[in-house]
Design a protein around this ligand. Sequence first.
Ligand code: MG
Length: 218
Amino acid sequence: MARGTGDILDVSHVVVSDRPLVVCDVDDVVLHFAAPFQEFLLAQGHEFLPRSFNLMGNIVASDTRLEVDIAGVYRLIGAFFEAQESWQLPIEEVVQTLEALSADADVVFLTAMPPLYSQQRRRLLDRLGLAFPLIASEEPKGPMMRRLNAERIFPTTFIDDMAHNLHSVRTHMPDSLLIHMMPDSALHLMAPKPQDDIVRARDWRHAEELIRAHWLPR
Ligand SMILES: [Mg+2]
């Protein structure tokens, strides 16, 4: 991922046209994360204990039950993203739905995964038929989406499983349709809830209905 001047991520390699914009998080929105990450941990002799909404402090060695320290958790997450092509599968209906939406809108993936693993993610998305532009960055998502949309006046949508990302986009792009989508994983059920007026999509079919309704003139 090329960096622009200063410490702001350059998103100019992603060209957005004069159409509605749909920006999607990837982990647990487009690709399963929580479930395969737990399977990956087991295969590495570790496990996640759903004690609180945090990977830190809740991953233990399966044999000794000793907690993995922060550096060790980062190593495991990195190893998972390195091997993601062997572990992560698409969320149900995502491929067909994004293909249909892309006839009428620009679709962009905005993933908070460390940019180091962009190539693996790009290959995996391409193999699944999800060839939409990808931005991998751990910066707050609201300012990035605003830079991406620039001065365009077309309807925008943002989809994520994490409340803090939805709230970030709301702060910086208050007219965006915000859609909360998440699996019922133990981790997600303990996660902070998005504000009440943020709609939760049951699945991708439901998300498409919400997005197309948002495009209608008001
Ligand atoms: Mg996510």
